[in-house]
Design a protein around this ligand. Structure first.
Ligand code: ACM
Ligand code: ZN
Length: 710
């Protein structure tokens, strides 16, 4: 917790430590950086009296049986803005790092990523079993040093050379081995420099997996020698904005076309990214999406689709043998390039429609005795898994790879809630949890009226932080397959780099703490304080973060229940609500709970039809107000109704209209809007009917939260 202060205690401690900090007028002595400040919370720590002053010219020494493997640590330390120098002689060093014989974990976990730090007034000693642990010890020191900088008052990152670090002992190791962030470089290509910059932040947060979503309909992003059209053509589109491209014919263009938007990584680019990652103990996991989300593949090589046509096929054809030749060649090149033990093969959201009538797919299903298209997908994934094994790799897939039967050794990335992940854990498969509700960092993180246009959803820092991946009911054997957690940022609506960073930070801090720290050690109020400090550090380093200090919060109307005449009354549905968005079922529209910012928060009821509901007040009542709120968020195909007719009745048979209210917002207005369609009247009735007319658009949703009557 941050306390900027010039306290007698602090100055005394500094004096005791022989501190030479200039504390003359105009300079600020912050509280020394301490283990209490670190994100993610260390496994355990103790505070001791005294302060260590880190200052230019101090020497570090790296020794121990694994010191050779930790050579990269020296460059990390030498590149820090603290003016450190290296020495071979431990006796001369202010920071002594022993790699190879150190702390190996805690009671629950033995891990190469563990470390122990002891900070005393004269010395910092670090013990770790490997480069990884020593690297993370250094990250903890960096965090404390950033917070303890001495200089002009005004927050972290001051350009002064000294830092004060609280004397302490830290014993640390991670809860999970997989702590990831996902980068959707297909919807918008990001430069290698952008990825490297994010690796710096990831390292500071002890995040160790970068999942690159390299291929998708919006563009193929990896040079493949055998298939040059993937990057000459399918990596470029005539629109910058994804939504403009999506709403167009979704064509690609030659890289040489004027105005072509896109890009790709050459193999040399990837080698550079990998080298950077290795120094930061980050494993880069490539995703090559199949068999869905592959419009760009079928556009570049139309023979990969069922009907051989260039456009209109988002799935590749699992019937044709040539498909496997393509995939195996691509995967071989990918495996040669990336050292990770994993290749992510996607597997999500294939439409599978064309397969039902494709002669090649039907023949394959007959020959392989596959009952349905789910099993055909499973056939493809199993075959690809076998091939990946021949390359020495294992596969990861989104949870749809469970459909039709899970490949024997596949790791499941659970995104559609946690059910898929739980099912996979129960069958002994490895799982990475990334449920959308908590871990989709592209969801809006604050009141949408003040946030950038997003794909919808609402996941505040607190919501992301609240995620606990070890579901109750799983035994320790099953939980041993829970590899960890990941935050995903899908980039449809995130055009530029700054916008992307805004979505990652600070929510990536929450992913980091969930992945690393013990659940008992998590506390949102305390975390929020530390997150504010870390935001200052990142901003000072040039990252664009969300402004947590000025968070607006949830839709005010949703915070307190409302009492009204219809509360608890029966609702009669003229047309049923949609099963995907039932809210709390038939009592939802009169339960006194208004919805929040997200249609997915369990309070908004969804309709893919008109909304036609009648509330029975139970007896004749004087009524002077009737209203229902609807929302519009185009990125999620949610529209305000064209009009809402409000009628009343004494007997539930004969209704008389008391108002018709029309939409007064453009159906092209992006962003999130709410409109209450209401009438003020002076009537007596028992029944109140709301008929909301859906816009005449394929797939348009209506969402409402409560029929309020007074
Ligand atoms: C996904 O969000 N389609 C994995
Ligand atoms: Zn086919």
């Amino acid at each position: 917790m941050r306390k900027i202060f010039i306290s007698a205690v602090c100055l005394l401690l500094w004096a005791a430590a022989g501190a030479s900090a200039d504390t003359s007028q105009g300079l600020c002595s912050p509280a020394p950086g301490s283990p209490e400040d670190i994100i993610p919370v260390p496994y355990s720590y103790e505070m001791h009296d005294g302060v260590f002053i880190l200052e230019p010219g101090m020497a570090f020494c790296i020794k121990g049986s694994e010191a050779d493997g930790a050579a990269d640590l020296a460059s990390t330390l030498l590149e820090l803005p603290y003016g450190l120098v290296q020495t071979d002689r431990a006796a001369k060093a202010d920071i002594i790092i022993t790699v190879g014989d150190g702390h190996k974990g805690n009671d629950a976990n033995v891990s190469d990523e563990s470390y122990r730090i002891k900070v005393s007034p004269k010395k910092i000693t670090i013990d770790a079993p490997s480069f990884a642990g020593a690297f993370y010890a250094v990250q903890s020191i960096i965090q404390m040093a950033e917070y303890g900088r001495v200089g002009e008052c005004g927050g972290a990152g001051q350009n002064q050379a000294q830092s004060a670090i609280q004397c302490c002992t830290i014993t640390d190791s991670p809860r999970f081995g997989y702590r990831g962030l996902h980068f959707d470089v297909s919807r918008h290509f990001r430069s290698k420099e952008f990825l490297m910059k994010q690796m710096d932040a990831m390292a500071l947060l002890k995040l160790n997996r970068m999942h690159l979503h390299l291929t998708d309909g919006a563009g193929w992003r990896l040079e493949i020698d055998a298939y040059p059209r993937l990057t000459e053509f399918a990596a470029w589109r005539p629109y910058r904005r994804w939504s403009d491209w999506w709403n167009s014919e979704r064509h690609y263009c030659e890289s040489s076309t004027a105005g072509a938007y896109g890009g790709y990584y050459t193999k040399d680019d990837i080698r550079e990214i990998l080298e950077y990652a290795e120094k930061r103990h980050i494993e880069v996991i490539p995703e090559i999406e199949m068999p869905g989300h592959s419009d760009e593949v079928t556009a570049a090589y139309p023979w990969m689709s069922c009907n051989g046509e260039q456009y209109g096929n988002c799935d590749i054809c699992p019937g044709k043998e040539s498909t496997y030749g393509f995939l195996e060649t691509v995967l071989t090149e990918v495996a040669d390039l990336f050292p990770s033990g994993y290749i992510h093969i996607g597997g999500d959201e294939a439409s599978k429609e064309a397969w039902k009538t494709c002669p090649d797919c039907r023949k394959r299903m007959e020959e392989e005795r596959l009952e349905n298209v789910d099993e055909l997908q499973s056939y493809l994934i199993r075959r690809i898994e076998k091939f990946a094994h021949s390359l020495g790799k294992r596969i990861i897939g989104w949870d749809e790879i469970l459909q039709g039967g899970l490949a024997p050794d596949a790791t499941v990335m659970s995104w559609r809630g946690t059910e898929g992940g739980i099912e996979a854990l129960k069958s002994g498969h490895d799982v990475i949890m990334t449920p959308g509700e908590y871990c989709y960092l592209n969801y809006t993180q604050d009141a949408p009226f003040k946030e950038p246009v997003s794909i919808g959803g609402y996941a505040t820092l607190e919501k992301t932080y609240s995620y606990e991946p070890a579901e109750p009911g799983l035994d320790s054997g099953q939980l041993s397959h829970l590899l960890g957690v990941q935050g995903n940022v899908w980039a449809e609506y995130i055009t530029d780099d700054q916008g992307a960073e805004y979505m990652y930070y600070p929510r990536a801090f929450a992913i980091a703490e969930t992945g690393w720290s013990r659940p008992e050690a998590k506390d949102y109020a305390d975390f929020r304080e530390r997150a504010l400090m870390m935001i200052d550090v990142l901003r000072d380093k040039g990252y664009n973060t969300f402004d947590l200090a000025n968070e607006y919060g949830e839709r005010k109307e949703s915070l307190v229940p409302v009492e009204h005449l219809a509360t608890g009354c029966e609702v009669i549905y003229g047309i049923p609500y949609n099963d995907k968005y039932p809210a709390s079922g038939e009592s939802s529209l009169t339960d006194g709970h208004l919805g929040g910012w997200s249609y997915g928060d369990g309070r908004w009821q969804g309709f893919l039809t008109d909304t036609d509901v009648t509330v029975d007040l139970g007896s004749m009542q004087p009524v002077h107000y009737i209203g229902a709120t609807f929302m519009q968020i185009l990125s999620a195909w949610v529209y305000l109704p064209e009009k809402v007719e409000i009628s009343i009745s004494d007997d539930g048979e004969d209704f008389r209209r008391v108002g018709t209210i029309y939409r007064d917002l453009s159906d092209k207005a992006e962003g999130l809007y709410f409109k209450t369609y209401s009438v003020v009247c002076n009537e007596n009735c028992r029944y109140v009917r709301i008929h909301a007319y859906r816009q005449d658009k394929e797939g348009a949703w209506l969402f409402t939260d409560e029929i309020v009557v007074n």
